[in-house]
Write a protein that binds this ligand. Structure first.
Ligand SMILES: Cc1cc2nc3c(=O)[nH]c(=O)nc-3n(C[C@H](O)[C@H](O)[C@H](O)COP(=O)(O)O)c2cc1C
Ligand SMILES: [Fe+2]
Ligand SMILES: [Fe+2]
Length: 402
């Protein structure tokens, strides 16, 4: 049966949620599922905005058919060609062979990488570029290119008439929809917005900034993203968070402690360091065991915090494997302007601190607390002062920047 909701009197939500998926993009755990949003505008001409993942095909086609109420599908705007939104493109064309495919030249080129057509679709294309628009009756839809906000072909569509931005992957979140499709009907989980942004597009801050600058010239009353709820009340809040994330500015001046520990020695040091920092007035300290928490959650916190402590055992003369993985995530997502403090542990040749530092020092704006700390297996009472000095150095650095 159809599962459709009205967004405005002529715009319908026809997307679906996936609650069986374990890992989005084969990497990110999605315990609360994920939604694939698709929209249908019923103007004099009908317009479909993107499709859904293949797992949700049945519901999608039921919704599309019911939404059209017997009308033909005139336009199909492809904002993003990643398969979580594009999987059903070929089937849509098969069902509505006269549909106009509105996309940019890059999208057209990529489309043939994903699909082989046994019929000619050349005449279906209506290729658009930055600033172009189409009139569908009451509505005028204009196109804004957003390369690398997530993929190179991404564009967003702005409905000039109703002031709605169809934002592709931007302003999305993990998490299935739960009946309520608007942000003023449900509580936003900003942790999941952050985890989605940082992991999916965190690397492309410059390109996100370019889109934010273009969006600043538009009056936006509603944002319809490809994942998560439709935004009405939280638009400016999310734009300001996106701006922070895109500029790699921390949200708070506080300490994220990421440690790894096989036998407990490094953990003990990390816990005591946290206590000392708290006693010195640092609030909202966050601690993770990197072996126990998926790196996507820790990376999101790394984008939030100004100071990051990395505490790791030495492991085959290198960094502990899970810590190394987390550090690689920091590097591959281009995190900048962070201050790191390093604690190393080892039973015969503790030496991973330098490797950690060398890995991170090429990131733009990286700073290091000079007091690095070395533990041999377990923290000894005579190292209390050293740990105290490390805590003081971190606190001073936080206060200095405040
Ligand atoms: C697979 C493996 C490889 C290790 N390689 C090294 C090493 O190369 N150098 C070293 O000093 N210690 C090495 N260690 C020992 C740990 O770094 C050391 O015991 C450390 O104190 C463990 O800290 P923890 O109590 O927080 O787990 C290794 C341990 C394991 C399990
Ligand atoms: Fe995407
Ligand atoms: Fe997506």
């Amino acid at each position: 049966m159809k599962n459709i909701q009205n967004i405005t009197n002529d715009l319908l939500y026809i997307g679906s949620s996936d609650r069986k998926l374990s890992f989005f993009e084969a990497v990110y755990p999605v315990v609360d599922g994920v939604s694939y949003n698709s929209y249908l505008l019923l103007d004099e001409k009908t317009v479909l905005f993107d499709t859904v993942d293949k797992h949700c095909a049945e519901q999608f086609f039921e919704n599309l058919k019911a939404g059209l109420e017997g009308k033909n599908l005139d336009y199909f705007i492809i904002n993003h060609l990643e398969p979580d939104h594009s999987a059903l493109i070929k089937k849509v064309i098969e069902k509505y062979p006269s549909v106009k495919l509105v996309c940019n030249a890059k999208t057209k080129q990529m489309l043939f990488q994903f699909f082989e057509f046994d019929f000619d679709i050349e005449q279906n294309f209506e290729i658009v570029k930055e600033g172009d628009s189409i009139k569908t009756g009451q509505h005028e839809l204009s196109f804004v290119m957003a390369p690398m906000v997530h993929w190179p072909e991404v564009m967003v569509t702005y409905d000039k008439t109703d002031k709605i931005l169809f934002s592709a992957d931007a302003f999305g979140s993990f998490g299935a929809l739960n009946g309520n499709i608007f942000d003023n009907e449900t509580e936003l989980d900003l942790n999941e917005y952050r985890r989605y942004y940082t992991n999916i597009v965190g690397k492309y801050g410059a390109q996100v900034n370019a889109l934010l600058n273009k969006a600043a010239n538009l009056e936006i009353k509603m944002v319809c993203p490809l994942h998560g709820v439709i935004l009405k009340e939280n638009i400016s809040k999310l734009i300001s968070l996106y701006s922070k994330w895109a500029n790699y500015e921390p949200e708070i001046k506080s300490v994220l402690i990421s440690y790894a520990s096989v036998y407990g020695g490094t953990q003990n040091a990390a816990e005591i360091l946290a206590t000392k920092l708290a006693q010195k007035g640092i609030k909202n300290i966050k601690m993770h065991d990197v072996s126990m928490v998926h790196h996507s959650f820790i990376l999101a916190q790394a984008f939030k915090y100004s100071h990051i402590v990395l505490a790791s055992p030495t492991y085959n003369n290198c960094i502990f494997v899970k810590m190394e993985q987390f550090i690689n995530e920091i590097i591959s997502h281009n995190l900048q302007n962070r201050t790191f403090a390093i604690v190393e542990n080892g039973s015969w040749a503790p030496n991973c601190a330098n490797t950690i530092k060398t890995s991170l020092e090429n990131l733009k704006g990286s700073k290091f607390i000079e007091e690095k700390m070395t533990i041999k297996s377990t923290l000894k009472a005579n190292q209390e002062e050293e740990l105290e000095n490390l805590a003081n150095a971190i606190v001073e650095d936080i206060k200095k920047g405040a």
